[in-house]
Ligand binder design. Sequence first.
Ligand code: FAD
Ligand code: UDP
Length: 378
Amino acid sequence: MMKRFDYLIVGAGLFGAVFSHEMNKRGKSCLVIDRREHIAGNIYTSRKRGIHVHEYGAHIFHTSSESVWDYINRFARFNHFVNSPMAVYKDEIYNLPFNMNTFSRLWGVRTPDEAKAVIREQIKDLSIENPQNLEEQALSLAGRDVYEKLIKGYTEKQWGRECRELPAFIIKRLPLRFTYDNNYFTDRYQGIPEGGYTAIIEKMLEKAEVLLGTDYREFDRRQKEAAKEGNDYISYDKVLYTGMIDEYFDYRLGHLEYRSLRFEKEDMPDCENYQGNAVINYTEREIPYTRIIEHKHFTFGEGEGTIITREYPAEWKPGDEPYYPINDERNNRLFEEYLALAEKEKGVLFGGRLGQYRYYDMDKVIEAALALAKEESK
Ligand code: FAD
Ligand code: UDP
């Protein structure tokens, strides 16, 4: 017997779930598989003693797109959380992102002009016109103190590379402002879904069939074999693949590089408030983790006791979880070559952070998945 689907969607993360939801709405059938034992990919949240735990690191939804904000609000109610992380360097504590609170603590200045004068003085001998890498970009924007205390150590442990070898765009993700404003993001909308992220993905996948603990390669091989032998099998007209694009092609052009992470969770049932903030960054190179998150503060202290997670950056090797694409020149060039192969791959679409090898935030993932669904429906 054959079971037929319009789409096989590889990856039950945000990209796969939005695409599946949209195609279901258009009357198409979708089978969603994921090699993990849970849905939601990296935005997966679990729940313990009333605390939503961000199992793969802090996830704050933020966007400037009204249509993306409207879209995600169909699936959840968002609270009014505003991300204002702190940074610890040795025995000093600073506000992030880099703003007047940070500068005032660093230099005792009070006005924007005073802060700008300090920065100017610190970089006057450098004459960086057109920053070529992260170090030059950071120095020219924020001066030597901010770079050395708050950026250099954090960035080098996060990426496992010298700041000079990293693209400038990574640091441009962070605002630098001369106002007393600790909001990490500049986007118009921001918040945390009140029921956790997993509930959003559950809703998106309501009309799909989902198979967990299922790897694409093995699954596809089994179906083809079963069909050949006249046994029961599942068929699909098209595939949406949201895994690593180089893995899909068996690394035939070589490996794309990623950065991995290790999350160390600590449950503290007898502690009500461990660090007083959702996210605290540790910017010293010598401390092996980059940040500690205390999950209950994403929902204003809801839940009993507390749970924290230390986030350790890690070298990635094949088989590890690929959390961040490393979008430097070499990797981007290799990705373009894979993209050329992908364009020739009939009946297979590629999407998401891994399929498109992009440092995508959630709002961009939604935008791209909606665009692909629209394209497919033409
Ligand atoms: P994923 O969530 O990675 O989903 C892909 C899924 O495909 C995975 O579940 C994987 O198991 C599955 N898969 C892969 N290969 C196969 C295969 N061969 N067979 C079967 N299944 C397969 N974004 C924000 O907007 N705000 C934030 O604050 C934020 N913080 C972040 C913090 C961290 C530490 C990280 C790593 C990311 C953060 N992001 C944040 C980005 C956000 O996680 C992504 O934008 C989003 O999760 C990407 O969704 P996706 O579906 O593309 O990928
Ligand atoms: N960064 C830094 N110091 C910090 C926080 C961030 O130098 O305290 C740099 C670092 O290079 C990081 C980049 O800014 O990779 C982007 O930070 P963001 O918080 O956006 O990273 P993500 O949450 O995606 O890991």
